[in-house]
Design a protein around this ligand. Structure first.
Ligand code: AVJ
Length: 322
């Protein structure tokens, strides 16, 4: 009991510090990792089911329809390994790969890593029942810390999955830093499989982040409500409006909350002042050209070995070796 309480208190302390720092910064910004509390996880499920949000279906098409080619690439350097998934979510896409690996009786252990405790505990509940024969251990926490933990538990060759366009939540410089750090923690023969959303018709991209039904709007506003719930905030979410942009030149899709009035918001003991029309930068969802992906791999010490595309070429799961 007491350890759980302490962990939650530490998490909240960081959430409070990063939130206050972000809202006192110029320009104001939030950290997209905080979108995913239980309510946020639920709204993100709705986003993935939206007509406009093509990303999930596209990557599902790859995992469901090119499973054996994926298995071949994953096992090219041997059939014994650890399969480590960064940001596993509900694993509905990776389950296709897991099932194929079990059917072929490969000697692997699955380590899903996620910053959401709720996500990891539900995976530990649901996956063993869906996939008899699966050996798994969920790890809840920071990607790099948990990758280190997985290395202490097992020292086999690693196949790391970082799918779902999660890398899009980093700007290009952050993505380079992230891949370089990942490369440092991996060794020869290890593999990294990264999911990228590709540059495409700008209107199609914008619609995925600016849906008519207002689901993405509530996903963003939920972070303000979460601050109210967990950090003693008093945001009036009616006073903020969701605004998304996509720049086809840079591939940056960004979302903002715009303050509709001059207002002061209290968070714990802090007061945050908003001018009318002032924005909070909420999230980047970076889109990539194939050359950007190849450059990212090579400048961070990887060698791209294969690209898996969905049938529309909206999305790519890019396989890199060390
Ligand atoms: C979970 C980061 C892949 O950027 O497409 C979806 C999050 N935000 N709609 C994305 C998100 C708004 C999503 N990722």
């Amino acid at each position: 009991m007491s350890t759980v309480t302490t962990a939650a208190a530490t998490t909240n302390k960081l959430f409070l510090e990063e939130t206050i720092a972000g809202l006192k910064a110029e320009p104001k910004h939030m950290h997209s990792k905080y979108f995913y509390d239980e309510a946020g996880d639920y709204i993100f499920q709705q986003i993935m089911n939206m007509e406009e949000y093509y990303l999930t279906d596209a990557e599902m098409d790859i995992l469901a329809n090119q499973t054996s080619a994926l298995v071949e690439v994953v096992s090219a350097a041997g059939t014994a390994f650890d399969l480590i998934e960064l940001g596993a979510g509900d694993a509905t896409k990776s389950i296709h790969l897991l099932r194929a690996l079990i059917n072929q009786q490969f000697d692997f252990k699955y380590f899903p890593i996620d910053i959401s405790e709720h996500v990891i505990s539900s995976l530990e509940q649901s996956l063993p029942a869906q996939l008899p024969g699966l050996t798994m251990q969920g790890l809840n926490g920071d990607y790099f810390e948990m990758l280190q933990t997985a290395s202490e538990i097992s020292s086999r060759r690693k196949v790391v999955l970082f799918m779902g366009a999660n890398i899009g939540n980093m700007n290009p410089a952050e993505a380079r830093g992230f891949c370089a750090q990942l490369r440092d923690q991996l060794s020869k023969d290890d593999l990294l499989i990264v999911g990228f959303d590709l540059k495409k018709n700008p209107q199609q991209i914008l619609s995925a982040y600016s849906d008519g039904g207002g689901i993405t709007r509530s996903f963003n506003l939920n972070l303000l409500s979460r601050i109210n719930r967990e950090l003693e905030g008093n945001f009036d979410v009616q006073n903020f409006e969701h605004y998304a942009t996509y720049d086809p030149e840079t591939g940056a899709c960004k979302s903002y909350l715009i303050s509709l009035t001059n207002q002061t918001v209290k968070i714990g003991n802090e007061q945050i002042r908003f001018e009318e029309n002032e924005y909070i930068f909420m999230e980047i969802s970076q889109k990539y050209a194939l050359t950007d992906i190849e450059n990212l791999a090579r400048t961070t010490g990887f060698e791209p070995v294969h690209n898996f595309y969905d049938k529309n070429k909206y999305f790519v799961d890019s396989v890199w070796k060390c």
